[in-house]
Design a protein around this ligand. Structure first.
Ligand SMILES: [Zn+2]
Length: 414
């Protein structure tokens, strides 16, 4: 079993590296005709060096994480952590509480270690790479607070989910898969419903879009598209980066449109309206609801498989540990990787299809040309790759490439 785990980790690394090399091999192809105007020679060479530094960083991150995982597996690091959590919970009398505490300590320690180890790379990425290419606007204070808040949030979520799942496993093992899934489903729906109220305010300020030309134009679009407009907010994303975006958050009564302030800065009113028409297109086609349903179905599959893995107890022994929920679950998470990759391929495929549908919705509202200009600007401003390798796109892209989208949009507006 240890060899299977090793093979999965190594193959995952190799796959990532092969795709990255393939992608780099397309770097020097001529810029496609449709986007020649935004990628002049200077911008193209800047983009190539930006892609190169990011590629080197991903070699470093992935190589380092593979190395640490293998060392931990073969030198008994995970076993040592397991013994430590057994030790610190040895006074707890109630067996269910003890299992919960062991699982929470085990995964919190792993999460904390990962979070600390990634600090130097993250500092380098933000203050050296993003800085050099003019994207970074983060101050060291914001960076430190972000790290603290996101780590604490992760630890809180891990603790809540584990407490629920381990509690269910110890109390009703036969129905573990179903009840745990239901509990986690409720937690995920709750978090995404209140995302803008609970999570975003920890990191960003959101202010309602003031009355004026932009708001009028958006309201006009909503009326024309027969879309019931809820709240429109502007988020101060410029305090971290110049990269721009817009999105829909929440659903039902809590649904809101969020525009990055950087988007408002970089695009004209017509272009922002076109981007929003695309977002309304997603909503019109129920993409968010479908994505959530698919996500829940995938979680159910995962819990069924985890239930089987726990029942047959094949895993913990592979790294010399006593059988326990937390060690079994940890090893299961590695074994689940290949399936998770397959599911993400399917997810990306569906997502790319959805993007075309959302673009087509903007087109049907007469906004194809503005959307093309907006996409070009956003892509050029964030130095996106104009020539990604098709295999790289197939594996990782949740959106079609810029050229693909322009071609699809141009089919009718020309
Ligand atoms: Zn989209």
């Amino acid at each position: 079993m240890l060899y299977v785990i090793t093979a999965i980790l190594v193959l995952d690394f190799v796959l990532g590296r092969v795709l990255s090399v393939l992608n780099a091999s397309y770097e020097h192809l001529p810029i496609p005709e449709e986007i020649c105007d935004i990628y002049n020679e200077e911008r193209h060479s800047k983009q190539v060096s930006y892609a190169k530094v990011n590629r080197q960083l991903s070699w470093l991150t992935n190589g380092l994480s593979l190395l640490i995982m293998l060392l931990m597996l073969y030198l008994g690091g995970f076993r040592w952590i397991d013994l430590w959590v057994h030790d610190i919970t040895s006074e707890v009398v109630n067996p269910i509480w003890r299992d919960i505490m062991m699982a929470v300590c085990y995964f919190s320690l792993l999460e904390l270690a990962e979070s600390v180890i990634s600090i130097p790379i993250s500092v380098y990425r933000t203050f050296v790479v993003e800085q050099r290419f003019g994207f970074n606007t983060t101050t060291p204070t914001t960076f430190t607070l972000d790290w603290l808040k996101s780590t604490l949030l992760q630890l809180l979520l891990i603790s809540v989910v584990l407490a629920a799942v381990v509690g269910v496993y110890d109390s009703i093992p036969d129905w573990f898969w179903l009840v745990s899934w239901a509990v986690v489903a409720v937690i995920s729906v709750f978090v995404s419903y209140f995302y803008s109220q609970l999570i975003v305010p920890l990191f960003n300020k959101q202010t309602p879009l003031p009355q004026g030309e932009l708001r009028d134009a958006i309201e006009k679009l909503a009326a024309q598209a027969g879309f019931h407009l809820t709240d429109i907010y502007v988020m101060d994303s410029s305090k971290r980066t110049t990269h721009a975006n817009a999105y829909f958050a929440g659903f039902g009564k809590k649904r809101r449109i969020v525009l990055y302030d950087t988007l408002i800065e970089q695009l004209s009113t017509d272009e922002i309206v076109a981007v929003l028409a695309h977002e309304i297109g997603h909503s019109r086609h129920n993409h968010t609801a479908k994505a959530m349903a698919t996500g829940l179905a995938q979680q159910l599959l995962m819990f069924v498989l985890l239930g089987l893995a726990l029942r047959y107890n094949l895993l913990a022994g592979a790294i010399g540990c006593e059988p326990s929920f937390h060690v079994n679950m940890f090893l299961f998470s590695i074994l689940y990787e290949p399936l998770s990759l397959l599911l993400s391929l399917l997810g990306n495929y569906v997502s790319r299809k959805n993007e075309y549908e959302a673009d087509a919705f903007a087109r049907s509202n007469g906004l194809a040309q503005s959307l093309v200009v907006a996409l070009k600007k956003l892509s050029a401003n964030s130095l996106s790759n104009p020539n990604p390798h098709p295999a790289f796109v197939f594996f990782y892209y949740s959106h079609p490439t810029l050229v693909q989208r322009i071609r699809a949009l141009s089919n009718t507006y020309k």
